[in-house]
Write a protein that binds this ligand. Structure first.
Ligand code: TRH
Length: 393
């Protein structure tokens, strides 16, 4: 049965909200074969991670997904709600649309179960409570029912998005330095950077929030006896380029569509990633990663970081590095080279890159990816869950 689904995405900031929704929309269209309609309120953010998106179009189609610019005034006529309605991150579908869902429920049978299956897709967290709340329902005063769907790292949660052909495609690229070099050339790397990659220097990708102690990272790598090439997207860590020198080369890369962003991660030996989606994609690179978690008031994010570190089977050196990367205070001087914070980060990085810790980290990243790849992914689990709910209508 080819279900029709509406997926609502409000861009709060950055690219993670649309990043997750765009992947989910394509995955549900290509996997279970759902007819997807994706509502997005910020097409400019969308166009940054999918350059072929037209930011001025009220409606467009892409990769088998219908995309609607979600604006203050609902489109007229209002599309009939699909079999499934997914709101990402409690973004509240428009009132007119919820009215239409209610009208479906109030049809001849006055049966709330005749309305679409309404899913609230939550943010990713490794905290234990997630498994207890996953798939719980909440009945609204108007009779409509919403189900909470939580991504997560264990079988008791909704899992993580992962395309079926990912492992094979990734392994093929990682097995060929030549193919990686061609890919990096396509991103505009200059001859010197390409030669460094061909010679096998350590490659790092860097995608982080402004607070990350990037100068301290560069300071440490510049002074090492072995060489590093950092690949950093345009606009991320502005000013970092001035820190190149010694054993450190820095190359800017453009923002690219998600499949190429994945490939960039596959080419790196160590990925510094952030937020939610790039973090998961770095895990699927099967290489060591350092997560810059989305900062929250009252340092609530540090608890989430610890919850994930408890699941991440990497050596302690990797854990210490992740903590040092995330502990930067707001004041950039506090992490300037020479500061205690920078010293801590430098020491943590050196320890994590030293043998045998580095090889242990590589092996752990590989094993963690392989273990996470077993079982259905988030899209498959969601499709199974919704099909079961629809059966009872
Ligand atoms: O951009 P992020 O920081 O996004 C978010 C948002 O801040 C959101 O509000 C918050 O809730 C969430 O994080 C946790 O980080 P993230 O999640 O990694 O999203 C980045 C997306 O951008 C991801 O889908 C990958 C994509 N991307 C590309 O497609 N091409 C690129 O070149 C780059 C650098 C990223």
């Amino acid at each position: 049965m080819s279900l029709r689904a509406d997926l609502f995405c409000r861009v709060v900031d950055n690219y993670g909200d649309i990043g997750v929704c765009w992947r989910l929309a394509r995955r549900l269209a290509q996997g279970p074969g759902w007819r997807m309609r994706l509502w997005v309120d910020d097409l400019r953010a969308f166009a940054r991670i999918q350059p072929s998106i037209d930011p001025t179009a009220a409606r467009q189609r892409h990769t088998g997904v219908e995309i609607i610019h979600w604006q203050e005034n609902a489109p007229s006529p209002l599309p009939v709600p699909g079999d499934v309605v997914i709101e990402a991150f409690a973004c509240d579908p428009p009132a007119e649309f919820v009215d239409a869902m209610r009208a479906q429920a109030a049809g001849p049978s006055h049966d709330a179960s005749a309305s679409p299956v309404w899913i609230n897709l939550e943010y990713l967290s490794a905290e234990d409570w997630v498994a207890r709340f996953h798939t719980l329902s909440s009945q609204r005063p108007d009779g409509l029912v919403k189900y909470f769907f939580f991504p997560g790292f264990t079988a008791a949660t909704g899992g993580l998005l992962r395309e079926p052909g990912l492992t094979a495609e990734r392994d093929a690229l990682q097995a060929s330095r030549e193919a990686q070099n061609d890919f990096l050339r396509g991103l505009g790397l200059d001859q010197a950077a390409l030669a460094a990659h061909r010679q096998g220097v350590r490659v790092l990708s860097l995608f982080c929030y402004p607070r990350a102690p990037t100068d301290a990272l560069a300071h440490t790598l510049r002074r090492r006896s072995d060489s590093t090439l950092i690949l950093v997207p345009e606009g991320v860590a502005p000013g970092l380029d001035e820190q190149a020198g010694g054993a450190l080369r820095i190359a800017r890369v453009p923002f690219v569509a998600q499949p190429d962003f994945d490939r960039l991660l596959w080419c790196a030996d160590l990925n510094f990633v952030r937020g939610e989606d790039s973090f998961v994609r770095a895990a699927w690179a099967a290489r060591p990663l350092v997560w810059h978690i989305y900062p929250q008031d009252g340092s609530a994010h540090l608890e989430k970081l610890e919850a994930w570190l408890a699941h991440y089977p990497a050596p302690d050196t990797a854990r210490t590095l992740a903590r040092a990367w995330n502990c930067a205070p707001r004041n950039p001087d506090a992490t300037a080279p020479g500061s205690p914070q920078a010293h801590r980060l430098g020491q943590a990085l050196e320890a994590a890159l030293a043998e045998p810790a580095w090889s242990a980290w590589q092996a752990a990243a590989h094993a963690w990816d392989a273990q996470q790849a077993t079982g259905p992914d988030l899209a498959d689990k969601l499709a199974i869950f919704c099909a079961e709910k629809l059966k009872t209508r």
